[in-house]
Design a protein around this ligand. Structure first.
Ligand code: UD1
Ligand code: BG6
Length: 365
């Protein structure tokens, strides 16, 4: 079943050009998006007072990546909830809310309990899942299957990128009654068509990421700084490294750097900075300058051709990735970090597909 691959995680990383294609199949028509599962509910969603994204782990991170684009296209406030935290607080949910539940398996206990809670409070409940017939798919009012194909590795990879694509398509569908954003929507749809090819190109950097993994094999800790669309990339990249490579790793909002994390910076702690070209680029350039001033050991991810803008005189390591529409850049940017986590795990001699203490689907509390 693993074909030419040694591990499921490796196979699932490399099959992303295909899984992204199946996620989009039948759902893009010329310059518009058709999501059969949401069609009759779009009007209700557009009239809701708030959209709440609810999930755990990687699924939460995928929603976080899609949030800015949904806010931009819908004009509706979008808030984020980790399912367990929503339940701990019994946070307020109203009839006028649209609650979007994101879960690869559709069986995560906390997510399902949060769903029951939102149903009881009268919100419109939307599911985003990879599993047809799952409890989530059955109990939500409507939703979208991500159609990424079966995911076996405990660490989610292809489901993450397909979830982002589905939620981006959802934002396009919700926003498609607005003339003011038509050009923006069409450019994003063009970028969606080309996304599998771009991901295929980035996967060619496998050897480069293996070399990077070799240079980090004995580290105890790794920080990942991101912001805007790629705050989620920082959280998800760090989550991959910690869950499979068993290395302490934290994703951090670059805008919060001076409020604590800067104290950790020295010549030895490796720090990945996501600085691909978008509206946050100049802010990330100044973050890089400040980290360099403290002699930080930097690995910078930037857009192709931007190496000299982020790293002067070869003082840091650079990962160049192709530029796509800003809201889809998280799909591209996570690929090198998935590869890094994979190679680090193999080099450190740990179990890639069944990491210590973790389960693919957490169905008990
Ligand atoms: C559906 C068919 C697909 C077919 C296509 C043709 C299924 C599962 N999908 O895909 O095989 O090729 O029509 O037009 O039969 N739903 C939820 N909660 C969720 C996820 C989905 O309620 O978490 C509901 C949706 O609202 C929808 C149904 O399940 O009513 C199927 O969803 P989805 O597979 O995403 O719909 P299509 O893409 O239209
Ligand atoms: C577990 C998995 O922790 O559950 C993660 O190991 C996953 O990979 C998380 O992101 C949430 O699972 P699901 O199925 O609700 O997306």
């Amino acid at each position: 079943k693993k074909g030419n691959y040694e591990h499921f995680m490796q196979k699932e990383i490399h099959e992303q050009p295909h899984s992204l294609t199946t996620t989009m199949r039948g759902r893009l028509r010329d310059k518009s998006v058709i999501l059969g599962g949401l069609k009759v509910h779009l009007k209700t969603i557009r009239h809701s007072r708030r959209v709440i994204f609810i999930g755990c782990g990687t699924s939460y991170n995928a929603a976080l990546a899609a949030r800015p684009f949904l806010e931009e296209l819908s004009g509706i406030p979008v808030t984020m909830e980790i399912a367990s935290d929503l339940l701990d607080r019994q946070g307020p949910i109203y009839r006028e809310d649209t609650a979007v539940f994101v879960s690869q398996s559709g069986e995560t206990a906390d997510t399902l309990l949060a769903l029951e809670y939102a149903l009881k409070n009268g919100a419109l409940c939307v599911g985003i899942t990879n599993t047809v017939g799952s409890t989530l798919a059955r109990k939500t009012h409507c939703g979208v299957h991500i159609n990424a194909g079966c995911e076996i590795g405990v660490a989610s990879t292809k489901a993450y990128t397909s979830q982002i694509v589905v939620m981006t398509m959802m934002a396009l569908a919700i926003g498609d009654d607005k003339i003011s954003t038509q050009a923006r929507r069409e450019a994003t749809i063009d970028s969606l068509y080309n996304l599998p090819n771009v991901v295929r190109e980035v996967l060619q950097r496998d050897g480069e990421m293996k070399d990077l993994a070799k240079s980090l094999i004995d580290e105890e800790s790794l920080l990942v700084f991101g912001r805007g669309y790629n705050y989620a990339t920082a959280l998800e990249g760090a989550l991959k490294v910690k869950e499979v490579a068993l290395m302490h790793s934290e994703g951090m909002l670059a805008g919060e750097m001076k409020h604590g994390p800067l104290a950790l910076v020295d010549e030895s702690l490796p720090i990945i900075v996501i600085a691909t070209n978008d509206s946050c680029f100049s802010k990330q350039q100044s973050v890089i300058q400040q980290l360099r001033a403290r002699k930080g050991r930097l690995i910078v991810m930037c857009s192709e051709g931007d190496a000299s803008l982020v790293c002067h005189s070869g003082s840091c390591r650079v990962i160049e990735v192709p530029q796509v529409a800003d809201c889809l850049q998280p799909v591209v940017n996570i690929i090198p970090l998935q590869l890094l986590a994979y190679h680090l795990t193999v080099l450190r001699g740990y179990n890639v597909d069944q990491p210590r203490n973790l389960a693919k689907s957490v169905t008990t509390l």
